[in-house]
Design a protein around this ligand. Structure first.
Ligand code: MG
Length: 315
């Protein structure tokens, strides 16, 4: 029995650097718990058909070990909530590139800090934590800037759902969901000094994140900041528990999240390239061989295998 205990301790020390270094190791409390933060498009969802079918084996393992899957995406609350209810396992999620967090009602024992309450299509209630200005306030500020006559641009609020559908290629229903926003506004730039525009936004603690067709005007909070904020919620809920952040992403807006997570998984893009550089000094970095959700599941299965203690029965 003593040998078995030593073997388990040795296993923990190798697998969990936090466990080895922390005071928790000496008190032998629970092994660390994984928190999985994942981008959607091109990461958990296939770039072409938006399917997460290829990721299902790892999704099942997350459910099996009760590991929270926290979607961290540029999508809106309505779009993400629909995916969460399809996948099952209601956990918090991050929307609009880190601008807002949605926490299911009764998820944490303590009422989380929040700015408003939202409901998904099935009536599930979420507490919404917003970073920086509200959507209405951002839109008002953009109107003021437009009225100076120095800049010409169009935002989602200036377009009908049909126009958004035409520009993005989304269906009309999807376009409607992407127009319901909490804390960021996509804009199409038409003319004017973009650098001056960015400077004026910066004075209001706003930035522009460049996407494919749109610039997204939002607070300075990014996916990494939202990841840390939520990790602190888990930590408050379980003060003696150590958490390991596992982050998965494929694009530039995932870079800081992967840089600052304990385990970083860069997903190979649909064109076969890796768009993220995880640097040379990070101890826990993974580049997937496979593309999108197939890479997501292969890498995550390895991480679960490595970090989650298994009970084995013999004889
Ligand atoms: Mg992506």
């Amino acid at each position: 029995m003593a040998n078995r205990t030593n073997a388990v301790d040795a296993q923990h020390k190798t697998a969990y650097p936090h466990y080895q270094n922390s005071a928790l190791a000496r008190t032998k409390v629970n092994p660390p718990k994984l928190l999985v933060f994942s981008d959607l498009d091109g990461t958990l969802l296939d770039h072409h058909d938006y399917s997460y079918e290829a990721a299902k084996p790892a999704l099942l393992q997350l459910f099996r070990y009760n590991i929270p899957l926290i979607l961290n995406t540029s999508k809106t609350f309505t779009e993400t909530a629909e995916l969460v209810s399809q996948m099952g396992g209601f956990h918090p999620f991050v929307t609009e590139n880190g601008a807002a967090i949605a926490i299911p009602e009764n998820y944490f024992n303590q009422l989380p800090e929040h700015d408003e309450i939202a409901e998904d299509a099935s009536g599930h209630r979420y507490f919404i934590k917003r970073f920086g200005r509200s959507y209405a306030s951002i839109c008002r500020l953009l109107q003021q800037l437009r009225r100076t006559g120095e800049f010409e641009f169009r935002g989602f609020q200036d377009m009908s759902a049909q126009e958004v559908a035409n520009i993005t290629g989304l269906s009309l229903e999807q376009a409607q969901m992407s127009r319901k926003r909490l804390a960021s506004e996509p804009i199409v730039w038409e003319s004017g000094d973009l650098e001056l525009f960015k400077q004026k936004l910066k004075l209001q603690q706003l930035i522009v994140i460049q996407g494919g067709r749109f610039g997204h005007v939002k607070s300075e909070s990014d996916k990494a900041a939202a990841m840390h904020w939520l990790t602190r919620c888990y930590q408050q809920q379980s003060p003696t528990q150590t958490f390991i952040q596992v982050a998965l992403g494929d694009g530039p807006n995932d870079q800081t999240m992967l840089d600052e997570a304990d385990v970083a998984i860069a997903i190979r893009s649909h064109n076969g390239q890796h768009r993220l550089n995880l640097g040379n000094c990070r101890p826990n970095r993974i580049y997937t061989q496979r593309i999108g959700p197939a890479g997501w599941q292969a890498a995550l299965l390895r991480v679960i295998e490595h970090y989650v203690p298994k009970e084995r029965y013999y004889g």
